[in-house]
Design a protein around this ligand. Structure first.
Ligand code: GLU
Ligand code: MG
Length: 437
């Protein structure tokens, strides 16, 4: 505590992401941190059924206004926030008042899946990419804060100081950034984070989102990670790179499977590929996600895989020790803990069933007919939240891995969102969600 005080820390924020993808927080003054670490910070379990717009739904396991949970800050991940002077941050695990893990704790679910991989002797490395847009407005409309072209040096120059500040702040917070660049959509940027173990990867992307928001606010702009900023536009993805390791050696290259995948890695990727329609309820969790998942916008709305194929939902990327499988159909509304846990659950299920990959799709899948797609075991992914939810309900691997409380709560939250937007015009969905994420 003394060290934190000498760095000017006054308060500690403990945040987690709810099932609708919104980060919720409780804070304590620094002098209460010790108490928080020992006893947790009280917070109602009702946030498990909070919606993206702060409406509250119900699930079979929810208890409305009754009950309490304790948030336990993970001190190993505590970071002094360089763009929020006076604040430190830590991710939290949620426990019951008796100190048992809360069955709805998304971070605990992710850790359980990491342990499940470890039981097989597998180490998993994951890294997220964040895409976001910069907004110069103050109202409900999106006002792009830059006018320079996609990937354009001019766009970087427009917000040169902002991007420098961002790199500086993330570095001060020990977040290793691999790349930062202006992306395709108006005023869009992307930053990729170095791989780490899955729970740390989820902690980092949460911290990165908080940090981008803080730096953006200090620069007099707003940012959004929402899947869709404009009807008909390119959206914000949140791609996830995964590699499997065995005794310190990668299983993603040098093996006898496609492009050198080792057997277990091939089965893992095949499991994820097969489970993608259900995974969308986690990785593309908003009604707005399906306004992004449109062919030929590099959002990868096809259940297929391909080496360096940016329209395939699973892209085998890079080579040698860097080789990884990138899941591209995911977006910035996703809860990163649920996402890493769900990808692990599906991949391990693929290993359990010794799955093999179907043939590769080496062209833009949008140029193939339905019959041609079916011929290689490929298909369009669900094109609405309702369809993804239907697939999720039927996914035994995810239901088993999550357990009934977490699984049932996610179903309830998605169902409520489907009802909320039933028959709504696309403009309404975008307007309601674009500044929530
Ligand atoms: N913005 C695209 C998406 O919605 C991704 C572009 C890229 O390949 O990085 O995921
Ligand atoms: Mg990108």
């Amino acid at each position: 505590m003394g060290a934190l005080a000498s760095q000017g820390v006054v308060g500690v924020a403990g945040s987690y992401v709810d099932n609708s993808g919104i980060a919720r927080v409780k804070t304590v003054p620094l002098r209460r941190l010790e108490n928080a670490v020992a006893h947790g910070i009280g917070m109602s379990p009702v946030f498990d059924v909070f919606m993206f717009d702060d409406a509250i739904t119900a699930s079979p396991s929810s208890t409305g206004p009754v009950g309490d949970l304790r948030l336990f800050p993970d001190l190993e991940q505590l970071v002094v926030l360089a763009a929020q002077p006076g604040w430190a941050w830590a991710p939290v695990d949620r426990r019951t008042q008796e100190g048992e893990p809360h069955p709805g704790c998304q971070r605990t679910f992710a850790r359980r899946m990491v342990d499940r991989a470890a039981e097989r002797g597998l180490e998993v490395s994951m890294g997220f990419e964040a895409e976001w847009v910069l907004d110069a407005g103050a109202g409900d409309e999106f006002v792009p804060a830059t006018s320079g072209p996609g990937y354009g040096m001019d766009r970087l120059i427009e917000v040169s100081d902002y991007c420098r500040d961002l790199l500086q702040v993330l570095d001060a917070q020990s977040v290793e950034v691999l790349q930062l660049h202006p992306e395709y959509a108006p005023a869009q940027f992307e930053l990729s984070v170095a791989p780490a173990d899955p729970v740390t990867a989820a902690d980092r992307i949460l911290l990165v989102r908080h940090t981008i928001r803080a730096v953006t606010g200090r620069s007099g702009m707003r940012c959004s990670f929402a899947p869709a900023m404009m009807v008909g536009g390119v959206g914000n993805g949140c791609h996830l790179h995964t590699s499997l390791w065995w005794e310190g050696r990668t299983l993603m290259s040098g093996g006898s499977g496609p492009y050198g995948l080792h057997n277990q890695a091939e089965a893992f990727v095949a499991g994820v590929l097969e489970g993608l329609p259900a995974l969308l309820a986690i990785g593309a969790p908003s009604a707005a996600s399906y306004l992004r998942l449109i062919p030929q916008r590099w959002a990868a709305p096809y259940r297929c895989w391909g080496r360096e194929n940016r329209e395939a939902a699973v892209r085998l990327a890079a080579s040698g020790d860097q080789a990884n499988a990138e899941v591209k159909c995911l977006d910035g509304a996703a809860n990163p803990y649920l996402l890493v846990g769900a990808v692990l659950a599906l991949g391990l299920d693929g290993i359990e069933r010794a799955l093999e990959l179907p043939p590769e799709v080496a062209v833009d899948p949008a140029t193939l007919s339905d019959a041609e797609l079916a011929g290689v075991g490929a298909a369009r992914l669900p094109s609405s939240l309702a369809d993804a939810l239907e697939q999720f309900r039927r996914c035994e691997a995810l239901a088993e891995a999550m357990g009934p409380a977490l699984f049932g709560t996610i179903v309830a939250v998605r169902e409520t969102e489907v009802e909320r937007f039933a028959g709504a015009p696309e403009e309404e969905i975008v307007a309601a969600t674009r500044f929530r994420y």
